[in-house]
Design a protein around this ligand. Structure first.
Ligand code: 5AD
Ligand code: SF4
Length: 354
């Protein structure tokens, strides 16, 4: 059992991180738990590394939530199958393709198709959607459709899917089991290995502030994600949802999540790191705070409003209608207001060895 006495003092931990020391809980944990001025210094250091390695550009990814059906029962999520009073929707393939085309015409270079684990959205349905989008736009396509078989991931890759997001959520076996009653940590890890092997640009991430989660456990998550070779890292605070079994737990704090964003930038200098929607749900300036703590990606939500209202993972998800070009302009203005600019290219991951 690693105890508190093995943690480096904050100063030494930050110096090790900035010096690109090999990730180790003795310095990751004190950074993840930083408070006050220390937390501020951590974010500034990460912001400097962000500037040096990925520059001033912010990549916009148009998010389309294509189905709110889910056969899983994650304890924290409003889309869990036992939440039976939740209205559900599933977009038709033509609706998804039309939204992707709209995203392209407004100026987005990437569309992210995200959804619950919906068995009706089967291999060939998604393959058709991919081939239609690829035939009629120049969009990069990111999928985030949960755990699927190797063959399904391979088929989607064949149809041109560029990237895949699948959060590991936590690598702590006991914690993983306690919040995923129908989950299997080994299988989820296998899915990520499969995606990697198939050449997807690979995104994963964790929740911050799950019940019983510690800084040491999050430090282990960071090391695991590094060993995996993740290239995109999406993390956010766990926000208790009143319609789930975890309704009465405290949830994660914005500062804790920002510490992790900063630590990830220090450990993965070239990675794409979004300022996630959950940061914005806890604080109207959460997005900007994320971008100033190491993040370089934003994922504006293009799901039409009526459907967005029933894609309720957690409370407080902003429901601003940003489907139009004017709304994209507003996002661009917010980015420019903090001295950054919107990237014009696809924002593929940087692979040094290719
Ligand atoms: N709070 C914050 N994030 C959540 N997610 C699901 N439920 C919650 C919640 N209550 C996140 C999960 C999932 C992603 C799509 O949404 O991390 O991977
Ligand atoms: Fe389904 Fe994903 Fe929510 Fe789990 S986190 S219940 S898999 S939508």
């Amino acid at each position: 059992m690693r105890g508190l006495e093995e943690w480096l003092p904050f100063e030494d931990a930050l110096a090790t991180a900035v010096g690109r020391g090999s990730p180790d809980p003795t310095w990751l944990a004190p950074l993840l738990s930083a408070e006050g001025d220390d937390a501020q210094r951590l974010r500034e250091a990460a912001d400097g590394v962000r500037r040096r390695f990925v520059g001033y550009e912010v990549h916009l990814r148009a998010l389309v939530e294509i189905t709110s059906y889910c056969c899983r029962n994650c304890m924290y999520c409003g889309l869990r199958r036992d939440h039976t009073s939740q209205p559900r929707y599933r977009m038709s393939p033509s609706e998804v393709v039309a939204l992707a085309r709209q995203a392209a015409s407004i100026g987005y270079r990437t569309v992210v198709l995200q959804g619950g684990e919906d068995p009706c959205l089967d291999r060939e349905t998604v393959a058709r959607i991919l081939s239609d989008i690829k035939a009629s736009t120049d969009l990069a396509v990111t999928l985030s459709l949960g755990e699927r078989s190797y063959d399904t991931y391979a088929r989607w890759r064949e149809e041109g899917a560029d990237r895949y997001l699948l959060r590991i959520e936590t690598t702590d076996p006991a914690l993983f089991a306690s919040v995923h009653p129908d989950g299997n940590l080994r299988r989820r890890m296998q899915c990520l290995e499969d995606l990697k092997r198939l050449g997807y640009q690979l995104g994963t991430g964790v929740l911050v502030g799950l019940p019983g989660q510690t800084a040491l456990s999050t430090a282990d998550d960071v090391i695991w994600m590094r060993d995996l070779g993740a290239e995109m890292l999406g993390v956010g605070p766990f926000i208790p949802n009143p319609d789930t079994p975890l309704a009465d737990t405290p949830g994660g704090a914005l500062d804790q999540a920002l510490n992790l964003v900063a630590v990830l930038r220090l450990v993965f200098p070239n990675a794409h790191i979004p300022a996630t929607t959950a940061l914005g749900a806890l604080d109207p300036m959460g997005g900007e705070k994320g971008l100033k703590a190491g993040a370089n990606v934003l994922m504006p939500n293009l799901t039409p409003r009526t459907q967005r209202e029933s894609y309720a993972l957690y409370p407080g998800k902003p429901i601003v209608d940003i489907t139009s070009a004017t709304c994209r302009d507003a996002i661009v203005a917010r980015i420019e207001a903090i001295g950054r600019r919107v990237a014009a290219d696809h924002g593929h991951v940087h692979r040094l060895t290719e």
